[in-house]
Design a protein around this ligand. Structure first.
Ligand code: PNW
Length: 477
């Protein structure tokens, strides 16, 4: 087939959406302006020892004040779409009650600026920045947080539903639940595996209630989705023990979310595997129906695959799963599983570059959710970019990464997958969570001293792809 001819130009369907993504806390700054209150990421990043170099998002890349310039840059790059997130505590400072008009106005101005340049806005409601007041009331392990999210979703849906068509409830609930409440490398930094499983359920519930709330206030043409960082989990061998280990991690990475969201049920094997931690009595009658809302699309974020085997829990091998250096695992009830480094070149994050994983992921969800349009809502790479003496930023590794992964997307389309678009992570360098500003994912370079933006060669390459619908050769920039 076409997908196996290496000489064929890699051309995408004409309607394919070429986008880039960011999130509020990673770019906005202006953390005390116009009524915004602290989120768990303000608290966490200002807690000594939690982020590299004590970096925080107080200023970030000052997008709150420079959004016009940033949208102009997007237009220059020929982007068809821009995925961003709304800061909950900008809109609802206490996490409950009436909205702050100034907070909503910022997003309205941003959206209008995008629309005026013909760029389609795609809104994520929650990219990890829970209002601190809600964490103080128990956070995601507490059921009420899901109801608070639904109220917030309704507020934002009412404010922007007339001009934003593409909506996502949550970004990567796996990170919120398991990096936030089990390994503690993300805010709020708790290390309680049982609480992390409750958090996962309440994030699912928040998604379901939020999706319904959005639909109740928005025009029917708008689409509602969720972005999952669905892992590609591979067993080290085909031995029954390694296959069982891969199954367990697949349940904890994927099934715990797509089970209820797509199929209305948690995997039976997940209940069995986690029985020592919880009897799941926080799942109330009717919850699974509330979670299993019809979706218009599914967002997939992909960076690297996982390689696992069975392990002796007593051996306490160091983890090599790329999820940070906490002594606490983000995988509840899985100390009988070992993680291995996948062979191959790696990015600056230490994540192995493997585009076949993206193809595998897309084909899996094509089977898992037949008929559901897919978007790659994040994919990209961190490199140690430098400004050259000519003032340019050359990042051939990132160009190669994008070429490889977009080719994998194109192969999946040829193999029958309904992938409608791709959002590069990230539009510009930004606050990379616990890694701070040291890890640069942007297609646009940001000088953190001056906040000046410079498109890297990957940005020019991507612009050419977006303009022509065909991937340029990697040497073309
Ligand atoms: C995603 N992991 O984060 C996020 O959605 C982005 O905000 C982030 O900047 C980007 O990917 C790059 O890291 C992840 O440990 C963080 O598996 C951690 C993991 C995965 C995704």
């Amino acid at each position: 087939p076409d997908s196996e001819n290496p000489a064929a130009a890699v051309t995408f369907p004409p309607a394919f959406l070429w986008g880039a993504a960011t999130s509020a806390y990673q770019i906005e700054g202006a953390v005390r302006e116009d009524g915004r209150t602290p989120s768990i990421w303000d608290t966490f990043s200002h807690t000594p020892g939690k982020t590299a170099g004590g970096d925080h998002g107080d200023i970030a890349v000052d997008h709150y004040h420079r959004y016009r310039e940033d949208v102009a840059l997007m237009a220059e790059l020929g982007l068809g779409a821009y995925r961003f997130s709304v800061s909950w505590s900008r809109v609802q400072p206490t996490g409950r009650g009436p909205a702050v008009q100034k907070g909503l106005d910022f997003y309205r101005r941003l959206v209008d600026e995008l629309l005026s340049k013909g760029i389609r806005p795609a809104v994520t409601l929650y990219h990890w920045d829970l209002p601190q007041e809600l964490e103080d009331a128990g956070g995601w392990p507490e059921r009420d947080t899901a109801y608070r999210f639904a109220e917030y979703a309704q507020i934002v849906g009412e404010a922007l539903g007339d001009r934003v068509e593409q909506w996502m409830t949550l970004n990567e609930p796996w990170c919120s639940a398991f990096l936030g409440y089990a390994s503690g490398v993300h805010a709020p930094g708790r290390t309680d595996p049982a609480a992390s499983l409750r958090a996962a359920h309440h994030l699912n519930l928040a998604h379901g209630l939020g999706a319904s709330a959005l639909r109740s206030v928005m025009p029917a043409r708008n689409t509602v989705a969720i972005s999952l960082n669905s892992s590609v989990v591979r067993p080290l061998s085909q031995s029954p023990a390694d296959l069982a280990a891969a199954r367990k991690i697949d349940d904890l990475a994927n099934g715990v979310f797509h089970g209820p969201i797509l199929h209305g049920a948690y995997p039976e094997s997940l209940y069995v595997a986690t029985a020592e931690l919880t009897d799941w009595n926080h799942v109330l009658d009717g919850d699974l129906t509330l979670i299993n809302q019809p979706l218009d699309a599914l967002g997939l974020n992909y960076y690297t695959p996982s390689l696992v085997s069975a392990a002796d829990p007593a051996a306490k091998e160091p983890r090599a799963d790329g999820h940070g250096s906490s002594d606490h695992s983000p995988w509840p009830a899985a100390d009988d599983v070992a993680f291995h480094q996948t062979p191959g070149d790696r990015t600056e994050m230490g994540w192995t570059i493997d585009p076949t994983g993206l193809h595998e992921l897309i084909m899996r969800y094509t089977r898992e959710a037949p008929g559901l349009p897919l978007y790659i809502t994040e994919n990209g790479a961190a490199y140690d970019d430098k400004v050259d003496s000519d003032g340019r930023v050359h990042d051939p590794e990132r160009v190669a990464y994008l070429h490889g992964h977009l080719s994998a997307v194109r192969r999946a389309i040829a193999d029958g997958a309904d992938v409608r678009g791709y959002f590069l992570w990230s539009l510009m360098d930004n606050f990379e969570w616990s890694y701070g500003y040291g890890k640069r994912f942007g297609a646009v370079y940001v000088d953190y001293a001056t906040l000046e933006r410079t498109p890297k060669s990957s940005a020019h390459w991507y612009a050419r792809a977006a303009r022509t619908g065909t991937l340029p050769e990697v040497e073309a920039v």
